[in-house]
Design a protein around this ligand. Structure first.
Ligand code: GLP
Length: 269
């Protein structure tokens, strides 16, 4: 597992965006060969999406041959509500780049058969050749997507009952979704690479659990210790609960890890 420590949120966002850009370029996608990207919503990835839009506008990356699969979506929530994950993804990212609508896959929380929707999502990922890079955010309790505490670490895409999402809908409890569809931990673990964005002091305990303690279903983020290609991208604030020794070790590797986001020859031209 690589731990990338940047000074602040903006730098972490930029590093992550460059990593995604380079992954797409290295893959060299085309009409017969799509790059498959797993994506999160939430506040954390917004800075990264902004940067990706900038790279697209400057001709540094294209999403024409990219297929995306989003992590999660609320159940029974109007798709056009500004807080539905569909709305958030389209307004903050997809509509600003050249991705084709049919290639941006988001679970349909209004499907009549939710179980069938989840199974079909897994099939679509398989048909696309699996996910090359799954990008995720993490909750302060270590949850990935809606894989809350106690979620099976080999779970697949499924319907989940939600415990605590009152932060949405201005705290209007009657509007707060109580169920969601989410990819499973097993779905994410199948990706060739996983990159998790962890920023802010309120995520520091989750980062500590992810890095310095054992794998445990109460902190689903910890499962990536078992992934052969996992990258955690964080800011200084998120490292507050880590041992100084851990932080020093990974900071000492930054000169190497930064090479991963150097502009590729095709970009620096
Ligand atoms: C919840 C959501 C995730 C999101 C996470 C972090 O767990 N289900 O999709 O990644 O919160 O959200 P934020 O980035 O807003 O802190």
């Amino acid at each position: 597992m690589k731990l990338i420590i940047l000074n602040d949120y903006d730098q972490a966002s930029e590093w992550a965006a460059k990593y995604i850009r380079n992954s797409i370029l290295k893959f060299s996608p085309g009409p017969e060969r799509y790059f498959t990207l797993g994506l999160p919503t939430g506040r954390t990835p917004m800075g990264c999406y902004k940067k990706l839009i900038e790279y697209f506008q400057n001709g540094k990356v294209s999403f024409q041959y990219v297929k995306t699969f989003n992590m999660d979506e609320y159940v029974g929530f109007p798709r056009d509500h500004p807080e539905s994950y569909h709305s958030v993804m389209w307004s903050s990212f997809f509509k600003h780049v050249d991705i084709k609508e049919e290639n941006a896959h988001i679970l349909d929380g209004n499907a009549t058969d939710l179980q069938a929707e989840c199974e079909a999502f897994e099939e679509k990922i398989k048909a696309a050749g699996g996910i090359e890079l799954f990008v995720g955010g993490v909750g302060p309790d270590g949850q990935i997507g809606f894989n809350e505490q106690g979620s099976s670490l080999v779970s697949r895409t499924r319907v989940k009952t939600l415990a605590n999402n009152a932060r949405f809908c201005d705290g209007n409890l009657s509007m707060v979704p109580t169920m969601a569809l989410t990819v499973g931990m097993g779905t994410i673990m199948d990706a060739k690479e996983v990159m998790i964005l962890i920023t802010g002091a309120h995520k520091s305990f989750a980062l500590y659990k992810a890095m310095e303690e054992g794998i445990n279903h109460m902190w689903t983020v910890s499962v990536f210790q078992q992934h052969p290609q996992a990258v955690l991208v964080c800011d200084e604030d998120a490292t507050l609960e880590l041992r100084v020794k851990t932080v020093k070790y990974f900071k000492g590797m930054m000169h190497l890890h930064n090479k991963l986001v150097d502009p590729l020859p095709s970009v620096s031209k």
